[in-house]
Write a protein that binds this ligand. Structure first.
Ligand code: AMP
Length: 282
């Protein structure tokens, strides 16, 4: 695997590859890699001639300073994981490389209602930060295919919108990968490393609750299902930001005849660790 720290060098390297007919996939990450990340790398390797991954903990997308400061880092292990998986190129930029002019005057993207709901509501500015970094990374990498995890369901939609706004949706094919889970159902996440032993035992309750909600969709009112789920998680010691039933376009659904796919989404804290998860019901 080649490790590149500067955008100019990466751009030149990839340009040469493209001139030689290579198609390449891109997997952006914030490091502290787990098997979920690796599954994206493997998917990209299967579908492209070359796979580029990036590790960059993006300060601009953290609305909560302590979340940023406590975000796990394990760069040596990450490099080993990427090499073992067979990733071809790791882009490892500095903050200065991504934001040479600092954080003032970053472009604003018109994300519409996507920015007002769910993660957008509870993490103000988060998706603008995500778009800033992804836009910058895409300008440098210019991949044929971009790999994202459904674990961050709303983020996938935001980035689809970003590609549309920036006119890149013709050039870049968005590929979404399913959420990888631990054997007890907990969605793999870098933040799981921050859970204390006792919290780790409780954490799968989010996915269990989503699964239980899915089983009630045809029988009970959505209001009751959401209210019971919230109460249940609170009784288990979670602080719930949201637990909702939406259409997969993230619009609210009032009633359901079983034909439209739904997504159940949750975000909840165990002490100061914020976990998110979702479950698509076809
Ligand atoms: P992150 O490092 O958390 O920014 O994630 C980088 C990419 O990996 C994003 O596209 C995530 O959606 C994806 N990802 C994170 N967790 C998982 C998981 N458990 N399964 C599959 N993909 C994931």
């Amino acid at each position: 695997m080649i490790l590149i720290k500067h955008s100019g060098i990466l751009r030149k390297y990839l340009q040469e590859k493209r001139e030689n007919g290579f198609r390449y996939g891109f997997v952006p990450t914030m490091g502290a890699l787990h098997q979920g990340h690796v599954s994206l790398i493997l998917q990209s390797m299967e579908e492209n001639d070359l796979t580029v991954s990036s590790i960059f903990v993006n300060p601009a997308q953290f609305n909560d300073r302590s979340d940023f400061e406590n975000y796990p880092e394990s760069i040596a292990d990450d490099i080993l994981a990427l090499e073992t998986a067979g990733c071809d190129v790791l882009f490892l930029p500095s903050v200065k490389e991504i934001y040479p002019e600092g954080f003032e005057n970053l472009p604003q993207f018109d994300l519409g209602y996507l920015e007002m709901i769910l993660e957008g509501e509870f993490r103000p500015g988060h998706f603008q930060g995500v778009c800033s970094v992804v836009h910058r990374l895409l300008e440098t990498v210019q991949p044929d295919q971009l790999y994202l995890g459904q674990k961050d369901f709303q983020q996938c939609m935001v980035i689809a919108r970003l590609l549309e706004i920036t006119g890149k949706n013709d050039e870049i094919n968005l590929r979404l990968s399913p959420t990888l889970r631990e054997p007890d159902g907990l969605a793999m996440s870098s933040r799981n490393r921050r859970l204390a032993k006792e919290e780790r035992l409780r954490a799968p309750e989010i996915f269990r609750t989503l699964t239980e909600m899915a089983g009630r969709l045809k029988k009970d009112s959505f209001g009751d299902i959401m209210e019971n789920a919230r109460q249940h998680l609170e009784e288990q010691g979670f602080r719930v930001d949201y637990i909702e039933i939406r259409g997969t376009d993230l619009l609210q659904v009032k009633s359901w005849n079983g034909s439209k796919p739904l997504v159940l989404l949750a975000a909840a804290y165990l002490n100061d660790v914020r976990l998110i998860d979702n479950l698509v019901v076809d």
